[in-house]
Write a protein that binds this ligand. Structure first.
Ligand code: SF4
Ligand code: SF4
Length: 70
């Protein structure tokens, strides 16, 4: 069974490139409705879908994502 996990996304570091969304195999990340201080819609975690594969954190060019195993 795949590991369960959770992530945090620093929305102020996020530049909205959507790479994390493209690479997440669980559709666990989406674009937020609101804007951050950079004026972009940041990524946000969709709870309970993550399996801690770490792909999103590896792909993020801003190092805005941290992954935790549960
Ligand atoms: S660690 Fe993997 S499953 Fe979890 S949000 Fe990131 S890409 Fe998706
Ligand atoms: S990969 Fe990083 S910078 Fe790009 S949307 Fe995801 S969290 Fe934001």
């Amino acid at each position: 069974m795949a590991a369960k996990g959770t992530i945090t996304i620093d929305q102020e570091l996020c530049k909205g490139c959507e790479l994390c969304i493209t690479f997440c195999p669980e559709d666990a990340i989406r674009i937020a409705d609101g804007l951050n201080a950079r004026g972009v819609h940041p990524a946000e975690y969709v709870k309970q879908h993550c399996r801690a594969c770490t792909l999103c954190a590896v792909m993020c060019p801003e190092i805005a994502i941290e992954v935790y195993r549960e």
